[in-house]
Design a protein around this ligand. Structure first.
Ligand SMILES: CC(C)(COP(=O)(O)OP(=O)(O)OC[C@H]1O[C@@H](n2cnc3c(N)ncnc32)[C@H](O)[C@@H]1OP(=O)(O)O)[C@@H](O)C(=O)NCCC(=O)NCCS
Length: 165
């Protein structure tokens, strides 16, 4: 399998990433969230300006396979993984791991000791495999629907291999 290529997000990518966000939630989270919950979650991308602002809030990176964006993730304030979405066609091929590896290394190189994320129930096993520990269960109200997630943290290895980046 080809390794995904990584690059930083640019404002011109916002529409493509909104589409990845929608299809990822709609198809990959069906076992964990009902239809109304998924629709509410997806509606976060309905306001293009607000979605672009969220993407630009932290450092967002895009993973591509054969030149096509297939996933993205954001690091906010060097201590929080905010967004992590992979297209269903590319799921299970290491794209999520490549994205989170890169952001963990970056956060560590910038001096962060730990990372936190509010993991969806779908993503929780992915984060557990990477050494994230569940801290609290949350329910958040999104456009009239309550969705559960789990706050998780991981202690980062000191200054992980990216000196000078
Ligand atoms: C969670 C998500 C980003 C994982 O991306 P991915 O590219 O499929 O993950 P990878 O292929 O890198 O998987 C890495 C490991 O985690 C495991 N894993 C990934 N998703 C999993 C899931 N839903 N359940 C159990 N294990 C999972 C993989 O089996 C793999 O294990 P391995 O190393 O033993 O083979 C993807 O499923 C997704 O976009 N989900 C929907 C959106 C979502 O919930 N985002 C998180 C918001 S907090």
């Amino acid at each position: 399998m080809t390794a995904p290529a990584l690059r930083p997000y640019l404002p011109a990518d916002a529409a493509a990433l909104a589409e990845i966000f929608r299809i990822s939630i709609d198809e990959l989270t069906q076992e964990d969230y009902g239809e109304a919950q998924r629709e509410a979650w997806i509606s976060i991308a309905d306001d293009p300006a607000a979605f672009a602002t969220r993407l630009g809030k932290g450092l967002t990176i895009i993973a591509s396979l054969d030149g096509e964006p297939v996933g993205f993730a954001s690091l906010v304030g060097n201590e929080e993984l905010d967004l992590l979405y992979v297209t269903p066609d590319a799921a299970g091929q290491g794209v999520g791991s490549t994205l989170v590896d890169a952001l963990e290394r970056l956060a560590s190189a910038r001096g962060s000791k730990a990372l936190m994320t509010n993991a969806s129930d779908t993503a929780r096993p992915f984060f557990e495999k990477r050494g994230y520990i569940a801290q609290s269960r949350n329910t958040v109200l999104i456009n009239g629907e309550w969705l559960a997630n789990t706050s998780m943290t991981k202690t980062l290895a000191a200054n992980a291999n990216v000196k000078g980046s």
